[in-house]
Design a protein around this ligand. Structure first.
Ligand SMILES: *Cc1c(COP(=O)(O)O)cnc(C)c1O
Length: 490
């Protein structure tokens, strides 16, 4: 399997090379040259999460040996997940939740970021690269912590995370600032997520800067969802989820299902599209946005327009105006039209807007306001005694809207992307629990009573952990800060 750039098909890399590079020099993202087909689903029914992971990774990473993949899978999907199922399903009324938040940082980013370091390490060993790898991360909250945890003390790597000072939840902030590990750096950025993402993208594209790093023995790589090594592991849980639905008699073999995904950078939902292209019977992709409804507008009108103010919402991991992975989706659905992608992405960076009418109607776009998020959190709590986090509630709301206006009654898998414990304010407010004067940890206890589960240890512990990182950066000097951290001049 080779990987091309969405902006230049003549580029051809192995999976390992694409994972190391993260992003192509032309600004494009790496995409597989074709979609491998899944084997007969019947043969996969009894497989564990790890078994399915092995199978899917082997289809995409043909330059890795079976054994290398096996080791990576075993180290990634182990007891650091709260449940041996890795991704349990919760059937609640007419909705099925694919709970992707039982990893070490309680958000779905763990699904890919617990394996990426091992894939990257293996790729590095094969490539003979001698430099130390620097993982640069821009985060809207969850990626940062998941990357720090994943890469913590992984030999030959350093990880630097930029998070927007205004725009992550108190728990997310504390999770990052207390990060342990000799090779981890966390920087608070005076700006929003798009500023962070743009700054990081610029560093990747800056030849002079990369030259300078190389002279100092470093090479940049990315753990953001633009890295193909993030995308591929996310396919696993859609396949696994589908098979669990069969085993639990919710659907029968071959039935079509829909998926509803709370969407920011378009990575999670894109993985569902890849699963569909590989033969998994997925019908609709319900693309759910919050008040930053840029994708809803795009899919409804054909105009992608980032010339608007980014809003801070209760689902901060989706507060994004530049959905990077949409580029991959457009590439695949336009018949791999690289020149069209170049043109549109140039328009986006020069004018902040482009028009593109996507073919077909695989995607159903919709959004949820803050009131709607609260409404549906409370609704499901009352009706099913089940509590969703605000991101998941955005997807649930879009799913409800879809049901209202469509006769389609396919079972829908709702990607449940974060533990409610990470976003206790909004959840408690929604279900009508008074918490004035409570600190973060008292709030977790209040929520614990309603969830009928203990506060996860790793979150309860945060209260006692010391702050380890105090770096700050403006949007204009991310490069300088990065250099300083790497050279140890802290
Ligand atoms: C990252 C994230 C999302 C958005 O996922 P994308 O792949 O960026 O679309 C949604 N919910 C949570 C909790 C997240 O951490």
């Amino acid at each position: 399997m080779k990987y091309h750039s969405t902006r230049d098909k003549s580029k051809s890399l192995t999976g390992g090379e694409a994972i190391i590079k993260g992003i192509s020099e032309d600004g494009g993202l790496f995409v597989p040259e074709s979609f491998p087909m899944l084997p007969d689903l019947k043969t996969m029914l009894e497989m564990s999460y790890q078994g399915i992971a092995q199978l899917i990774l082997e289809l995409y990473l043909t330059d890795f040996t079976s054994d290398e993949i096996k080791k990576a899978v075993a180290q990634a999907y182990d007891s650091k997940f709260e449940t041996e199922w890795i991704v349990p399903l919760a059937v609640k009324g007419d909705a099925v939740f694919l709970e992707l938040f039982h990893g070490p940082t309680f958000a779905f980013k763990d699904m890919a970021l617990s394996i990426l370091p091992y894939l990257l390490k293996t790729a590095l060993e094969k490539s003979g690269i001698k430099e130390e790898i620097v993982i640069l991360v821009a985060t809207s909250g969850d990626t940062g912590k998941a990357a720090l945890e994943g890469f913590k003390d992984v030999q030959g790597t350093k990880v630097i995370v930029f998070f927007p000072e205004e725009g992550v939840s108190p728990i997310q902030r504390k999770q990052m600032l207390t990060q342990e590990g000799e090779n981890t750096f966390v920087v608070r950025l005076n700006g929003n997520f798009d500023d962070a993402q743009n700054g990081v993208k610029k560093m990747f594209g800056d030849e002079e800067f990369n030259q300078l790093l190389s002279e100092n023995g470093f090479v940049l790589s990315s753990a953001n969802s633009i890295n193909i090594g993030r995308l591929i592991p996310q396919i696993i849980y859609y396949v696994y989820g589908y098979l669990q639905l069969i085993k639990e008699n919710v659907i029968r073999m071959g039935d079509s299902v829909n998926v509803a995904v709370p969407t920011g950078n378009f990575g999670n939902i894109l993985a569902a599209y890849y699963a569909k292209e590989m033969g998994l019977p997925i019908s609709k992709l319900i693309c759910a946005s919050n008040d930053n409804r840029i994708l809803t507008d795009f899919f409804q009108s054909g105009t992608y327009d980032r010339r608007r103010k980014l809003m801070t919402t209760s689902s901060p991991s989706m507060d994004i105006l530049i959905s990077s992975n949409l580029e991959r989706f457009m590439y695949h659905t336009s018949g791999e039209d690289e020149s069209l992608i170049r043109e549109k992405m140039d328009e986006l960076s020069n004018d902040g807007v482009y028009r593109y009418q996507s073919e077909g109607d695989i995607v159903y776009p919709d959004m949820a306001t803050e009131e709607e998020i609260s409404y549906w959190i409370e609704f499901l709590h009352k009706k099913e005694d089940y509590i969703m986090d605000p991101h998941t509630a955005v997807a649930y709301c879009a799913y409800k809207k879809y049901c209202d206006q469509s006769a389609d009654r396919n079972v829908t898998m709702i990607a449940s992307t974060a533990s409610p414990y990470k976003f206790s304010d909004k959840v408690l407010k929604s279900i009508g629990v008074e918490f004035t004067g409570c600190d973060e940890f008292e709030k977790l206890n209040l929520l614990s009573e309603r969830m009928h589960t203990p506060v996860p240890d790793k979150l309860a512990e945060l209260e006692l952990l010391p702050i380890k990182h105090d770096h700050i950066s403006d949007t204009g000097n991310m490069k300088e800060v990065t250099l300083k951290l790497l050279k140890g001049g802290v």
